[in-house]
Design a protein around this ligand. Structure first.
Ligand code: HEC
Ligand code: HEC
Length: 360
């Protein structure tokens, strides 16, 4: 892939790339940047968490980031004496994974989550890792953190019109976001990911929608999202890391430093991130990485731009783009729409093509 990146771009971005790779590698231990803290703050307040929102937001920012680990000795006990432990929920520190059989499974789940390519490659059909979209190992608020998800299942999902347990929810991310083949029920990969999520949720209340869950929902933008403006936002704020062709960039050792945003190795047309509103919320809260300062309008525009690019087919493809669009794609999807004279989805490579599954 790297040979498709123009040499000049590589040369120009090399220093910054190196700096970011270093930052990505060390951020576990580092305190959040002001920008990150600010983003983590924004969502709970914006969600109408009216009571003492200022104080509470601060708590969320602290408790939801790695900062809490260095100061808090006990799992889930980030806010001793707090009236509502739920609103101040913090996952246990990494160092607190128990040293027993259960802890070994939690570690396995964490490895799969952060390096899915390495530890669950037979189920993956693109270049992504779970943690590319669930940042900071699935711990970061407003980045669909696992600790907020665990106790919200079983739940009815409109997407497949039945009640899903947690394992099935994870299978969904393998099928769509990872463009792969979901591990079968009972497979150790699922058990490990469940164990990791369950452990992260230690002490979290059951069936309570915790602040920081999912990605923030943005208000509808003032102006309808624009491909043209989005293209400019992309060039100015995203291309440096994700590549001017959106295909991501690899480090010298071949590992993927920056994930692809579209194309055959990215999430497919059935993934949540392909919806412009979902991508806009994720981007507003989390991108550009380490400096998430875009306006809502910019986030909507760039989301519209990246989600108007071809990517692997929707696994539910009926054989007809218009029919598939009709059945499965709502107002925030560009699938089946004509952009620059081309119907999106029409030239999509088949879903799961890149899967490394050994067919019997
Ligand atoms: C391309 C981005 C992307 C990747 C990669 C990805 N996910 Fe997701 N995931 C999402 C989106 C989008 C949602 C829905 C969030 C929302 O609706 O706010 C989601 C939701 C979830 C949820 C439910 C969250 C909740 O609060 O209900 C779980 C659990 C989950 N993902 C696990 C995984 C696992 C495990 C992997 C790797 C096998 C993975 N995801 C890979 C984008 C991604
Ligand atoms: C400083 C480098 C950097 C910049 C600039 C940046 N990103 Fe990212 N982006 C990343 C990294 C690294 C990840 C994976 C995060 C992780 O694994 O912790 C990521 C993940 C993503 C993802 C989810 C994974 C995927 O491949 O789909 C999306 C979507 C995304 N970025 C969009 C954007 C957009 C849009 C912009 C510009 C507004 C942007 N990014 C700017 C580094 C960057």
């Amino acid at each position: 892939m790297s040979n498709r990146i123009p040499l000049l771009t590589v040369a120009v971005s090399f220093a910054m790339l190196a700096a970011v790779i270093f930052w990505v590698g060390t951020r576990d231990q580092s305190a959040p940047t002001p920008a990150q803290a600010k983003t983590a703050n924004a969502a709970p307040a914006a969600r109408g968490d009216t009571t003492e929102s200022a104080t509470k937001s601060e708590d969320v920012a602290v408790s939801g980031n790695a900062a809490s680990e260095r100061s808090e000795p006990l799992p889930g006990a980030a806010q001793p004496g707090a009236a509502s432990a739920a609103d101040d929920f913090a996952p246990p520190a990494r160092s607190e994974i128990p040293d027993d059989e259960f802890g070994a499974m939690v570690r396995k789940g964490r490895d799969i989550f952060t390096d899915t390519q390495q530890h669950a490659d037979q189920f993956v059909g693109n270049d992504l890792q779970c943690a590319n979209c669930h940042l900071d190992e699935g711990r970061r608020p407003d980045s669909a953190p696992l600790w907020a998800a665990w106790a919200m299942y079983p739940a009815y999902r409109g997407k497949n019109k039945h009640v899903n347990d947690f394992a099935e929810r994870i299978q969904g991310c393998f099928r769509y976001s990872m463009n792969g083949t979901p591990p079968p029920r009972g497979d150790e990969v699922l058990v490990a990911l469940e164990s990791y999520a369950y452990w992260l949720a230690s002490g979290a209340p059951v069936a309570k929608n915790l602040p920081g869950r999912g990605y923030p929902e943005l208000e509808a933008p003032e102006q309808p999202p624009s491909f043209t403006r989005g293209k400019q936002v992309f060039a100015d704020h995203c291309a440096l890391c994700h590549g001017s062709d959106g295909q991501g960039q690899r480090a010298a050792d071949g590992s993927l430093a920056f994930p692809p945003l579209w194309g055959p190795r990215s999430y497919n047309w059935g993934a949540g991130m392909h919806r412009v509103n979902t991508a806009a919320g994720f981007i507003k809260a989390n991108m550009p990485l380490g400096a998430a300062t875009l306006s809502d309008q910019q986030a909507w525009d760039v989301a519209r731009f990246i989600d108007s690019q071809e990517r692997p087919q929707d696994p539910r493809f009926t054989g007809s783009v218009s029919e598939t669009a009709e059945q499965y794609h709502g107002e925030h999807s560009m699938y089946g729409q004509t952009v620059n004279g081309v119907v999106l989805g029409q030239n999509a490579p088949p879903s799961g093509t890149a899967a490394k599954v050994n067919q019997p």
